[in-house]
Design a protein around this ligand. Structure first.
Ligand SMILES: [Zn+2]
Length: 280
């Protein structure tokens, strides 16, 4: 992780930073530098957690599970290629449910809310997680690794891919629509995830996937019918920049949570639905 995965992820971050600057997808409404700094500082405790707990704990559990023969993949020995496929399918689908729970369980939402309060969406949003969000994630990841019996090496490979996918779909890079259509058969793209960050709650409650887009197809929660410039990014009740300073963001999960309404009490809705931008 330290010698291969982290340098790779750092390179990907820089490449996406350049691509989104060169080929922007959505119009940005707030200072990029300001947000970059804020998201970076907010993510520092998260980075420390990933390095010292997020991976070491689940990896220790994965080693323990393979020694003790615990978990699905340890009970049913499969050829190596099948283990790779099974790991990606099982883990990504488990994360789909986990992301759903982050939004639906009020305690989890308090923390995940911080991620969604970003008023523009770009590759730096991928790092904007409250450390509380990460702590819950460690517990979830550990449990999933134990139940599925994920081999330690596969855990590292999956986790790196998962982080790369997260960077990619948060980025504000305008992929050529033909390329996006092809990728959309397989994976979550920036346009898809952009809709998940909308202030319209019905749109936020869609596109929960991280790597593959199939789970949203399966659950009928896939939405691609909102053009990117029609998306207002953020959480309806938290749209005042002065309320989203670093100190207030760290404290946000511990404050009373506001209902999903704009400051004037209105519930954001979309009157006209346009056609699926990505359908042929
Ligand atoms: Zn989310």
């Amino acid at each position: 992780m330290d010698y291969i995965a982290n340098p790779l992820l750092t390179c990907l971050f820089l490449v996406l930073l350049w691509l989104q600057w060169r080929f922007p997808l959505r119009r940005q409404h707030f200072s990029v530098l300001h947000r970059l700094v804020r998201n970076f500082v907010l993510s520092i405790p998260g980075f420390a957690l990933v390095r010292f707990a997020m991976l070491p704990i689940p990896i220790a559990i994965a080693i323990w599970a393979s020694d003790r023969h615990v978990g699905l993949l340890n009970w049913f020995p499969l050829p190596a290629w099948a283990v790779v496929i099974a790991t990606f399918l099982l883990m990504d689908y488990a994360y789909w449910w986990w992301h759903w729970a982050m939004h639906m369980v009020p305690l989890f939402w308090r923390f995940h809310n911080v991620h969604h309060t970003d008023l523009d969406l770009d590759v730096s949003t991928a790092a904007r997680f409250h450390f509380g969000d990460m702590i819950f994630s460690i517990a979830f990841l550990s449990l999933a690794v134990m139940i599925f019996g994920i081999p330690p090496i596969m855990l590292v490979i999956f986790f790196t891919t998962f982080e790369a996918a997260t960077l990619f779909h948060h980025s504000n890079w305008r992929l050529p629509i033909e390329l996006e259509r092809i990728l959309n058969l397989l994976m979550v793209t920036p346009r898809m995830h952009g809709i998940h960050h909308s202030i319209v709650q019905r749109e936020t409650n869609s596109n929960w996937g991280t790597i593959f887009c199939w789970w949203d197809k399966l659950h009928r929660t896939l939405r691609r019918d909102v053009p990117q410039d029609a998306v207002t990014v953020g959480v309806a009740a938290y749209r005042d920049e002065h309320e989203l300073t670093l100190g207030k963001l760290f404290a946000l999960p511990f404050r009373q949570q506001r209902a999903w309404r704009l400051p004037d009490g209105e519930i954001p809705e979309r009157a006209v639905q346009s056609a699926d931008e990505l359908a042929e």
